[in-house]
Design a binder for this molecule. Structure first.
Ligand code: SF4
Length: 217
């Protein structure tokens, strides 16, 4: 694998060396890229959201893993954080493909230009659509993210790449009727695979866990 200087720039916060759930039906290694501009209350990776922090894993570690696990893994999923923040993502995906592995992407769709660049390099995309557009500010802390996520949804659908749209149902910010509204609008958009995920308290910030617990009382 030719590790170019751009893939070396990739800021990697961690690797899951073997995952059966990050790409449905595939055995993958998952690479978590540092930094995300959103502040979803239910985030399980609050420790890697800082967009100024450096990576903690060398790109070469991923290369070594792929070379060792060649016959075992189907592919690599780039996750985060928000992987499309990083300019080296496309080169990293090309390098993974050149080694003969499939490429998956987990994204909240926040950088439409880079998303359009990398979508054709993917075999599978898991795109988080967080909420109906009008509720993005409440769910993610950044209302302007809605237009970007829905722009990426359009790009993903037009690309023809295998796509799963996922929504975490956060009872602290969305009602069941908000979820139904989103499901209906995604269907109208042309989404065929929309998965609702329940929030899990583990790994979230203490203040969020308290809000979630208060709802259950
Ligand atoms: S988009 Fe994902 S990584 Fe970013 S804050 Fe939300 S849950 Fe966390």
């Amino acid at each position: 694998m030719d590790v170019t200087s751009r893939t070396d720039d990739l800021r990697i916060a961690g690797i899951a060396r073997l995952s059966t759930c990050d790409w449905p039906g595939m055995l993958v290694a998952t690479v978590f890229l540092q930094g995300c501009p959103l502040q979803c209350g239910y985030c399980h990776n609050p420790g890697i959201l800082d967009t100024r922090a450096p990576g903690t894993v060398a790109c070469q570690e991923v290369v070594d893993l792929l070379e060792r696990r060649g016959g075992l893994l189907d592919g690599v999923v780039f996750s985060g954080g928000e992987p499309t923040r990083q300019s080296g993502l496309g080169d990293a995906m090309r390098a993974v493909r050149a080694l003969g592995f499939g490429v998956g992407l987990h994204t909240a769709g926040l950088y439409p230009r880079r998303f359009a660049e990398v979508a054709p390099l993917c075999d599978w995309i898991g795109l988080d659509i967080k909420a109906p557009e009008r509720l993005y500010g409440r769910v993610t802390g950044v209302s302007s993210a809605a237009a970007k996520s829905f722009a990426c949804l359009r790009i993903a659908l037009d690309s023809g790449v295998d796509l799963q749209v996922r929504t975490t149902v956060d009872p602290t910010t969305m009602s069941q009727s908000d979820v139904a509204e989103l499901t209906e609008s995604l269907r109208a958009f042309g989404v065929r695979d929309h998965v609702l995920q329940q929030v899990r308290a583990e790994g979230t910030r203490a203040d969020y866990r308290e809000r979630l617990a208060a709802l259950a009382r």
